[in-house]
Design a protein. Structure first.
Length: 346
């Protein structure tokens, strides 16, 4: 079974590679036809029509990227933003972070870099092709809208590169207590390449390294391009934090973002994927049930050495020695929602 899964992953990666290379070759040959630049040819203005709606799009769009480690609230943030009447996010594409990972491999490998240069595929051609591919996926995997957003957690690893491809894009970096993240991954059997779900310590260490990279990406982008949002505070104080998010995104305030559950599965509302592990949770109103489920579920030796196992906890504002932690007091409506869900009413 493991071999079969590995073969499937390889097949998906090879398919994605072929798609990207098709864009690369297309961009390259178009650039040779006349004096029009590769950028204008490959990722110029395009038109998308669905039903009676038509939009024009190019890489200057103010795209919204939502990233962070899986199980850190990226789906909740996506659903809340998706409830805004001006925005369409849609489900995880899964293909975009794979594409970005392949590009990173191509550029970091000395051998692959030489092969690309010898083939006439410069960084400029590759960037044009990748941006065209990402645009097509984001724009056309759902309905037209005034603003488009993408939620693929691991895109946060490439935040700086994405900001170069899309100069008006903004990034939301979702942050959650790593202990809660790893407990959720293990208890819900979330499959992540390289993670041994029977080893809490190793998973925490991998979380630490990945989140450090994401944090550095957000810091490099600066506060005008990347907004860190702590999942716990979003859940405890949704109005305060969504007001901050919408200001950052230059979106007008809408009460709909506080009641995303009312728009799930509705025409023009929020579309959820059955394959995403968080789908069964975001259909509920905002509540604090999941915040401290990890307490008492971590091996004692890991708890005792948590500050050394995952130093990014402290960097991100969490006390590695607090069991249970004190995240804060929920707003009245959140407390009411939490009690109703505990009682089985939602």
């Amino acid at each position: 079974m493991r071999t079969w899964r590995m073969n499937c992953r390889k097949a998906l990666l090879y398919s994605a590679g072929l798609c990207v290379l098709s864009f690369v070759v297309y961009s390259y040959f178009l650039s040779c036809s006349d004096d029009i630049t590769i950028l204008e040819k490959a990722v110029g203005t395009h038109t998308y029509t669905l039903g009676n709606q038509t939009i024009q799009y190019d890489r200057s769009l103010p795209l919204i990227f939502i990233g962070g480690f899986p199980r850190s609230g990226t789906t909740l943030m996506r659903a809340m933003i998706d409830a805004h009447p001006d925005v369409r996010c849609g489900e995880e594409t899964r293909i975009i972070p794979r594409l970005l990972g392949m590009r990173q491999h191509w550029t970091k490998s000395a051998k692959e870099s030489v092969r690309l240069r010898e083939a006439g595929i410069s960084d400029r051609v590759l960037d044009s092709a990748i941006s065209a591919f990402i645009l097509e996926v984001i724009i056309k995997h759902g309905e037209p809208a005034k603003r488009f957003c993408n939620k693929d957690p691991f895109t946060m690893k490439s935040g700086v590169y994405l900001s170069r491809l899309f100069p008006n894009a903004k990034v939301i970096f979702m942050i959650r207590d790593g202990r809660a993240v790893i407990h959720s991954i293990i208890s819900r059997k979330v499959s992540i390449t390289g993670f041994a779900l029977n080893n809490f310590r190793l998973c925490m260490q991998k979380w630490d390294r990945a989140v450090e990279l994401m944090h550095n990406q957000c810091t490099s982008l600066g506060p005008s391009r990347c907004l860190p949002v702590h999942y716990e505070q979003l859940v405890l104080h949704p109005r305060q934090y969504m007001e901050r998010v919408l200001r950052f995104l230059n979106l007008p305030w809408s009460e709909t973002v506080l009641h995303h559950e009312d728009y799930v599965g509705k025409p023009g509302g929020i579309s959820l994927s059955k394959t995403e592990k968080s789908t069964d949770q975001v259909v509920k109103s905002i509540n604090a049930n999941a915040l401290s489920k990890w307490v008492g579920k971590i091996p004692k030796d890991v708890v005792d050495e948590m500050a050394d196992v995952a130093p990014m906890l402290r960097t991100l504002g969490y006390d590695p020695n607090a069991n249970p932690p004190s995240y804060g007091i929920p707003d009245k409506e959140v407390a009411r929602n939490t009690e109703q869900i505990k009682a089985g009413r939602f």
